[in-house]
Design a protein. Sequence first.
Length: 278
Amino acid sequence: MSDNWVVQNLVVALGVWNQKLTEIWSLITASPQDFKGGDIWNVIVAIYGAVQAIGFALLVLFFVVGMVRTCGSFSDVKKPEHALKLFIRFALAKGVITYGMELMLALFDIVQGTISVIMNSAGFSSADMTTLPDGMVSTIESCNFFESIPIWAVTLIGGFFITVLSFIMIMSVYGRFFRLYMYTALAPIPLSAFAGEPTQNIGKSFLKSYCAVLLEGAVIVLACIIFSVFASSPPEINESAAAINQVWSYISEIVFNMLVLVGSVKMSDRVIKEMMGL
């Protein structure tokens, strides 16, 4: 690492960015059971068990409401076709709540398989590091003290933006994980709506929304892969230009690429909702 104080500004900022990008890759490929050592998952499982009892109570309520609305009179319930239909609906709804945790983990595994296919097809198993080109380091080190002052100001501003963008990006990915936990913990309540025909759309909407949150990981991985391709070919530097112009050109292009990535990560939920018609 260079001893130049201006170079160190950029190196430290890029180091924070690379650290957060690596953390994103580990989060995207991690399962809810392994996240943060599994302690959060154990709490979610306990909450799910408690909420499951509420789900069973709502199951009966939605079933009765649905039966009243779909059957014109009690005599309709006595008909074999109606009775069989109601029995199958109740049994399926009860099964969905009983095995809701397994269902949601199965959906998670399917989406994780899709993400793995995307990563393997693109040839990326980890994030590419963004490094400061040697030419840029030489240019900055060749400047005297007075020439370094405006360059230092530019690198300070650029480093600040890079650091802020890295934290915004990692917060968006953490937000996806916490939404997955919330969906899982409270799943029995919306899943109980499958017991009644008039309320079944609540359960369908819940499963669609849960799948949308899962698929956000695929969009985030695609965005990171595209950025890694950009990062592998650093911006061209006009060596005949003044040092301040070279540094400004490099930082502005790097920040722009990072801004596109952060925007793509934050818009991943909107992209999936548009794709799924939610």
